[in-house]
Design a protein around this ligand. Structure first.
Ligand code: ADP
Ligand code: MG
Length: 288
């Protein structure tokens, strides 16, 4: 039978905006030694803003934005939303005759009869397109039209207000290692990792690489120690399911992530992980 104290713990958690799907997950939080984070939408706000548009061929900056906005019309990635928002103008959907979203890479679309690629450097390399590497820090969306490089868009995101203090509190609670896993570029990942004092940063990962990283950690650690993965769920449902405790951001997060997660943070604040661990410790004291 489930000890009564756990219901108190789950109730207290829900009052703090933390949805715990079972007493076993609250109990498991007591043994967590590794906290692994996704970046976009988890440690950062996931609200991107276009900060630069640069044509690198004989089309205009305006056309770079236009092709990118058309390519991103059907994507719900935060990057796509920021590009559509910057474009502002109406989009003639009938001009998009083919569309494919490649998770961890970007978009491939046919727009007004042209083959358009909008995505990261991996997408460009995959199609043998030589691209420019801007010096600025930010998430870069490269654009290619009919296999020719056309330019890039730089997008920036902001770190969440409570992210740094959450990392520091986790260390005080005895967490051995904090890790960030991201599909984003190396320079962006490293900068944010340093700013937040995260112990270990892995960048340019595809969704299945994130699962592999969790599996590696799983083999290194003591069997009794547990791993949390925290994500917003855009592309990280498999890794949420693989961790000992999967925590999803419920506000920005996708429905699939909320379903795959064991715990949902309704307010999207990373500091709620600290709250949940503290509650778990108190609950254990009451139960035993
Ligand atoms: P994260 O791991 O930071 O949450 P994702 O796995 O969602 O990031 O995406 C990884 C990378 O793939 C992004 O940083 C971006 O470079 C590229 N990407 C994914 N979706 C898109 C898109 N719709 N448009 C352009 N680039 C994209
Ligand atoms: Mg994400």
């Amino acid at each position: 039978s489930i000890p009564l104290g756990f219901f108190g713990g789950i109730g207290a958690a829900s009052k703090s905006g933390i949805l715990v799907k079972g007493s076993n997950y609250l109990e498991a939080l007591n043994d967590v030694k590794y906290v692994v984070f996704d970046k976009t939408g988890t440690l950062t706000k996931g609200v991107f803003q276009v900060t630069k548009i640069q044509a690198v061929s004989n089309i205009s900056d305006k056309d770079v934005l236009k092709y990118a906005a058309y390519a991103e019309l059907h994507s719900n990635h935060p990057i796509a939303e920021s590009i559509r928002e910057a474009f502002k103008e109406a989009i003639d959907e009938q001009l998009i005759t083919k569309y494919e979203e490649i998770s961890g890479y970007g978009i491939k679309a046919n727009i007004a009869g042209k083959e358009v690629l909008a995505g990261n450097s991996k997408l460009m390399k995959q199609h043998d397109i030589s691209f420019v590497e801007p010096g600025e820090i930010g998430t870069i969306v490269h654009l290619a039209i009919d296999n020719l490089y056309a330019g890039y868009i730089i997008i920036s995101d902001e770190v969440k207000d409570d992210a740094e203090s959450a990392i520091q509190s986790l260390k005080k609670l005895g967490i051995k290692r904090t890790v960030m896993l991201t599909g984003d570029a190396r320079n962006v990942g490293k900068l944010i990792g340093q700013r937040l004092t995260i112990d270990e940063v892995h960048t340019e990962l595809l969704p299945h690489n994130k699962v592999e990283e969790i599996e590696k950690l799983d083999q290194q650690k003591h069997p009794k120690e547990k791993i949390i993965f925290v994500g917003d769920g855009i592309n990280d449902t498999p890794v949420l399911a693989r961790a000992d405790v999967g925590i999803a951001m419920g506000g920005l997060g996708s429905d699939a992530a909320i379903e795959a997660a064991d715990i949902v943070i309704m307010t999207d604040e990373p500091s709620k992980i600290v709250t949940a661990i503290k509650l778990a410790k108190r609950t254990r004291k009451i139960v035993w």
